[in-house]
Design a protein around this ligand. Structure first.
Ligand SMILES: Nc1ncnc2c1ncn2[C@@H]1O[C@H](COP(=O)(O)OP(=O)(O)OP(=O)(O)O)[C@@H](O)[C@H]1O
Length: 354
């Protein structure tokens, strides 16, 4: 549905020139919940603003439903944006705020009323239809902003960190709410966030960005299980990295070794998630290493076991605090850890850069 081809954006000129986006290309399918994820300054807002039409590209094209929209003014694009600040009309009621876009389009009253009620039902605010928008909580205001953006049924809804002003609990509730809204309306959402957990819980696919480049586009599970490079592995979830040396498909790490089919000869970086580190010697087909327990950190649902290997490499293991699991480890203890071959990934050190 949306085809982004070699899109680039430069700001300033001469020595002050900044390339915010380097020839980015990808496609978004109809009905997808697609997320642009990356650290501050990676170019995600710039990309969103280009799609919205608030700024023009320095190169490349933006094809929506087969038509290049790169030169089309924002108000002519079938695209709507929800911002972090809700920008509701404070003197208007909830219902009037939602009706506004349809009234501006000159739709008949007989059509507007049921559309507004349907949308307010969807965001669970019908009971507050006649309340002034200035008399709502932050979460309620954000839901009105969503209803207002959705009521005109844009082809694409752009969401620029819409939850970042909400407190943690509300934010989690709204994540579930947003996903439900997207599913029920069947609309295409492009969501911008720097919060990896938010991206993982809501998205069908995520584009991980850094330095104006897309590092990887994949489903949340693929990104987590098979990160394309060290940047993605470090940005999505927690990761342990190990320096290794490979020869003929056998990887050597410290005193241990294991066969890994995808390891090319030479120096390599291995990655393993903390929940896959086994704190004993008895795991089949695993890399076994001697480690010292340096710290135990209790997190309620699980405990993070900080470990130090013989060469000083730090490793974290995460173990679930199950009801009957006795806490037997102590700080300073020397143990053997097992890193199962199935959970070890060879990751590229370099990210895509200019
Ligand atoms: N109007 C502008 N003029 C000059 N440079 C800009 C402008 N807008 C953005 N940039 C630069 O482009 C790069 C990408 O910015 P962008 O706002 O897209 O990042 P972001 O990933 O959305 O970051 P954040 O999460 O902090 O909003 C940054 O280096 C930024 O300083």
């Amino acid at each position: 549905m949306l085809d982004i081809r070699g899109l680039s954006k430069r700001f300033g000129y001469g020595k002050g020139e900044v390339t915010a986006l380097h020839e980015v290309s990808f496609k978004i399918a109809e009905g997808e919940f697609f997320t642009l994820l990356g650290p501050s300054g990676c170019g995600k807002t710039t990309l969103l603003r280009l799609i919205a039409g608030f700024t023009g590209p320095s190169g490349g094209s933006l094809v929506l439903d087969g038509k290049d929209i790169a030169a089309m003014p924002p108000n002519k694009r079938p695209v709507n944006t929800v911002f972090q600040s809700y920008a509701l009309f404070p003197h208007m009621t909830v219902g009037q705020n939602v009706a506004f876009a349809l009234e501006a389009q000159g739709r008949p009253k007989s059509e507007i009323e049921p559309a507004v009620e349907k949308m307010l039902t969807l965001v669970q605010l019908l009971h507050l239809k006649n309340r002034k928008s200035s008399e709502l909580s932050g979460g309620q205001q954000q839901r009105v902003a969503l209803a207002r953006a959705l009521v005109a049924r844009p082809r694409i809804l752009l969401l620029d960190e819409p939850l970042s002003a909400l407190d943690m609990k509300l934010r989690k509730d709204m994540q579930i709410e947003l996903k439900r809204l997207q599913r029920e309306t069947g609309l295409t959402f492009i969501f911008v966030t720097h919060d990896q957990e938010e991206a993982l819980t809501m998205s069908d696919r995520i584009a991980v960005m850094s330095g104006g480049h897309v590092q990887q586009i994949a489903t949340p599970r693929e990104l987590y299980d098979r990160p394309a490079n060290r940047f993605v592995a470090g940005f999505i979830g927690e990761s342990n990295f190990l320096s290794a040396n490979a020869s003929g498909g056998v990887v050597q790490v410290g005193e241990g070794s294991i066969a890994l089919a995808d390891a090319k000869d030479g120096a390599q970086t291995l990655m393993i998630r903390p929940e896959h580190v086994v704190l004993s010697a008895n795991a089949p087909d695993a890399l076994q290493l001697q480690a010292t327990v340096t710290q135990l950190v209790f997190f309620g649902t699980d405990t993070h076991v900080h470990l130090s290997l013989a060469d000083g490499t730090k490793l974290v293991a995460r173990v679930q605090n199950a009801l009957h699991a006795g806490q037997t480890l102590s700080e300073g203890e020397r143990i053997t850890v097992s890193l199962p071959a199935k959970a070890l990934r060879v990751v590229k050190d370099e990210e895509i850069a200019a």
